[in-house]
Design a protein around this ligand. Sequence first.
Ligand code: CAA
Length: 286
Amino acid sequence: MTGASFGRVGVVGLGTMGAGIAEVLARGGLPVVGVEVDGDALERGRGHLERSTGRAVKRGRLTEEGRREILDRVALSVGFAELGDCDLVIEAVPERLDLKRRVFAELDKVCRPDAVLATNTSSLSVTDIAVTTGRPTKIVGVHFFNPAPVMRLVEVIRTVLTEPEAVERVAALAEALGKTPVTIGDRAGFVANRLLFGYLNQAAAMLDSGHATRDDIDTAMTAGAGLPMGPFALMDLIGLDTCLGILEAVHAETRDPRHAPSPALRERVTAGLLGRKSGHGFHVHD
Ligand code: CAA
């Protein structure tokens, strides 16, 4: 089996990131248990998985039979009961500390004592989450990038409490799944977001200042800096609420003014313009 460091893997939360992570695991040959809070959310998660694998078939990257095998490897259910025999559970619920703490307290009860519990948080403290469980040595961060099936980086985050073996096993799994893991400490934004969001926030501040348009800034960074997407297209892909949460977390820790969320970003989040997922962010989406 590809991910030999773990057998069955659970994924809690099947939004964009959770469904993407479940797909990556199932593509790697692992049996996956994907859970959601209710039937509607579960059906949305199923939809993500079906669309993403369907796109791969359309592009000739996957056969219909291969797709069926991947989908069959993901057992979907409501509630946490099916996670009891997982060796690893990856949490990918919305970025709210109170919610993540509740999820981890529940996982701590349901999962085997030797199971490793991982959070896909992009901005919250893994340590804050770990100390709400009775097994802080087995709590790691495992931060995938959007779109998870495409982006190669996985940041594996160790806290001062995490046992080395748990970190090594998660990094080995990421590698076995064809990802490139980097193992780092628990600081807001970790590495990639801490660097990336200073840039994204400056793009929003530049828009506010009126000296360049959205499209000029996006074009400058694709045609000039060789990036696959301009900053506004990328913030829309990530989700503007997620962007705001990351900036707030990094700013709270560093007090670096480059991370003070720009009004252009904040006002869109307040207005419910969240990017691709709401159909409108900095750009309008079909
Ligand atoms: N899910 C699954 N696969 C997807 C996908 C999705 N949402 N979007 C695109 N793909 C796949 C396509 O199927 C295609 O696969 P093949 O090459 O195997 O056919 C491949 O990605 C390229 O897609 P497209 O040709 O449609 O489009 P593109 O060439 O413009 O690439 C992109 C799309 C991969 C998103 C590219 O624009 C890109 O890399 N953008 C930057 C993304 C990025 O920086 N992500 C990190 C954000 S930060 C983050 O995520 C951290 C955080 O905590 C918020």
